[in-house]
Design a protein around this ligand. Structure first.
Ligand SMILES: N[C@@H](CCC(=O)N[C@@H](CS)C(=O)NCC(=O)O)C(=O)O
Length: 133
């Protein structure tokens, strides 16, 4: 089987990339890591071939391209069921998917206020609670 490749930008600055990478590791997938610099136009052209949305992470496994962290998670959970990425039990899996879906599509204020930088320290930083008006 050809080697699997996970395309990401940074495990320090991209929580999406980090999530894809963690899921591949937790699933026990053997993969090569391809790190792309997203600001380079040539890189973006290459990325478009892997991910129609231009976004990372993108996993290529066994001739299949999967982009988007949720899709990668579901794909890995199917193939490496024994790794237990999803809990046993239909209700627990539904709960897990609901939480993942909420996290994936929500928390806009939190994401905007706190871009990821795992190596940084910002003592006393105030997070805006958000609001509608
Ligand atoms: N829904 C996607 C979102 C991925 C996403 O937004 N990735 C960012 C990570 S840095 C990205 O690729 N940004 C590229 C850009 O803004 O040029 C997922 O969860 O995989």
């Amino acid at each position: 089987m050809p080697k699997s490749v996970l395309t990401i930008s940074s495990k320090n600055y991209s929580s999406w990339s980090l999530r894809g990478w963690l899921m591949c590791k937790l699933a026990g997938l053997e993969f090569d890591e391809e790190i792309l610099s997203l600001s380079d136009p040539a890189t973006r052209a290459e990325l478009l071939l892997l991910s129609p949305s231009f976004l990372v992470p993108s996993l290529t496994h066994d001739g299949v391209r999967v982009w988007d962290t949720l899709a990668i998670g579901e794909y890995l959970a199917e193939i490496f069921a024994v790794a237990g990425l999803l809990p046993p039990g239909r209700a627990a899996r539904a709960h897990c998917r609901a939480v993942c879906g909420e996290m994936h599509s929500g928390f806009y204020n939190l994401r905007s206020a706190l871009p990821i930088n795992l190596k940084a320290h910002h003592a006393g930083f105030k997070v805006w609670a958000g609001g509608t008006g």
